[in-house]
Write a protein that binds this ligand. Structure first.
Ligand SMILES: O=C(O)CCC(=O)C(=O)O
Length: 376
């Protein structure tokens, strides 16, 4: 049993966030739901998928198992929330990790390093980092690579961290492969026609956390929000519509996919802690670069070169990458219709993000252009 008592009316989310973020003594994690091990029960319920919405060939093309084999769950009291426990085919995760580390940080996409470095310096983050990351010896004594300093990348409609808005004039094409992956998953979850228009990649180190927030800057909230995780595991907190609502804690392991839709689309959530992948979870290195793969010839998921695979495997042993994919506009909608949009964060509370940061206990959503993720 986790040791915290929440009084009615207090900011229960913050209290539980601090509990899971605490370093000393480390928190009791026995109440954290682990969908990779759980069977439907009181809290965890089976999720209804539409296996007819995605053929096996379409699923395999983006590196997914047939939908009938997915282990998909919902949570009692969270209508619209779905958790799919690693639906990826063996051998396809390394491809998606490589896209997150090598391809998506490339121009014209935007990353945190662009805020204080010139475009030529942030042009080839992967190429400039690969030597340092693939060197098996003494990583601690080597200077940090650009990839080590990467904290976020935005895709499609580039999220503006300061105004907390998207805009028509800051858009670059959304990656076609991630669009397809998102389309197939949302189709299987009962949302045909999902149009991935914006993405945020968060790069977490072992001591990073992501503050309490609601993603509400998208103009159409009837479309789901998708989240993919790779690398180390995380504790994810899903709360209610108010900060007084105590959140539910769950693990997100490598390959897990989360869908927030309907009444769960606009709930407070946060990541207080990154944790080691549990025993028995195949690490990326076990998936190999091509030999262990079950990839089909028609797949857009290509095998990795030895070097790419070595770098991805090494990176994900000590870090986590999360990708959230959003449809910003509803059918026929345009930006001019809604003048202001806004993301609810810790900064919206009476207690500002800097007060919380000062005690080193709570993270804050990105309020500056540098990083959303807080490292302790
Ligand atoms: O890293 C995660 O699992 C959550 C990411 C998130 O909440 C966001 O980018 O809005």
């Amino acid at each position: 049993m986790a040791a915290y008592v929440v009084e009615s009316g207090e900011d229960a989310f913050r209290k539980i966030f601090k509990f899971y973020k605490r370093r000393n003594p480390p928190p009791d994690l026995s109440d954290v739901i682990d969908f990779s091990r759980s069977a439907p029960g009181d809290q965890v319920i089976p999720a209804i998928l539409d296996p007819g919405g995605v053929s096996d060939v379409e699923a395999a093309r983006v590196g997914l198992q047939p939908v009938r084999d997915w282990r998909a769950f919902g949570l009692q009291s969270y209508p619209g929330f779905m958790f799919i426990s690693n639906p990826f085919l063996l051998g396809s995760k390394p491809f998606w990790v490589r896209q997150c580390l090598k391809t998506y940080p490339q121009k014209p996409n935007v990353c945190n390093l662009d805020m204080h470095m010139s475009p030529s310096d942030t042009q080839d983050i992967w190429d400039k980092s690969v030597h340092g990351l693939s060197c098996p010896h003494s990583r601690k004594t080597q200077p940090k690579t650009l990839l080590d300093s990467l904290r976020w990348v935005t895709l499609g409609y580039h999220y503006n961290w300061n105004t907390k808005t998207y805009s028509a004039n800051h858009y670059t094409p959304f990656p076609a492969d991630l669009h397809s992956l998102s389309f197939q998953i949302t189709s299987a979850c009962g949302f045909p026609g999902f149009n991935a228009e914006a993405g945020i990649l968060n790069y977490y180190r072992s001591d990073s956390s992501l503050g309490i927030h609601v993603d509400e800057s998208e103009l159409d909230h009837s479309r789901p929000l998708l989240s993919f995780s790779f690398g180390k595991s995380a504790i994810f907190l899903l709360g209610g519509t108010r900060r007084q609502d105590p959140p539910t804690a769950m693990y997100m392991h490598s390959g897990d996919v989360m869908v927030m839709s309907g009444q769960s689309r606009l709930l407070y959530h946060a990541v207080p802690r990154i944790v080691a992948a549990p025993q028995g979870h195949p690490a990326l290195e076990m998936e190999g670069c091509s030999s262990a793969s079950t990839l089909h010839d028609c797949s857009m998921v290509e095998p990795l070169s030895e070097t790419d695979w070595a770098v991805c495997s090494r990176y994900t042993q000590s870090a986590r990458v999360n990708v959230t994919v959003r449809q910003v506009l509803g059918p026929g909608q345009s930006f001019s219709e809604t003048p202001t949009s806004h993301q609810k964060t810790d900064a919206d509370q009476t207690e500002g993000p800097h007060d919380q940061l000062a005690d080193g206990e709570s993270g804050t959503r990105r309020s500056s252009c540098d990083s959303d993720i807080v490292e302790t």
